[in-house]
Ligand binder design. Structure first.
Ligand code: SF4
Length: 60
């Protein structure tokens, strides 16, 4: 499984970071990024995916 942020659609709102701060952070570029060494299976990842207003978080 690989967690991805679509940087073309991410608006940097910070919802993912608020819900799951160990996994997501919004960078100076105002795009969300997956933190190094993040536990991508954390339960809050699904909350962030479901709450992202632009549907920019995906797993494949
Ligand atoms: S919740 Fe979605 S739009 Fe907002 S910062 Fe995270 S990935 Fe980007």
């Amino acid at each position: 499984m690989s967690l991805k942020i679509n940087e073309d659609t991410c608006i940097g709102c910070g919802v993912c970071q608020s819900l799951c701060p160990d996994v997501f952070e919004v960078g100076a570029d105002m795009k969300a990024h997956i933190k190094d060494g993040a536990d991508e299976s954390a339960s809050c990842v699904d909350d962030a995916m479901n709450s992202c207003p632009t549907g920019s978080i995906s797993k494949d």
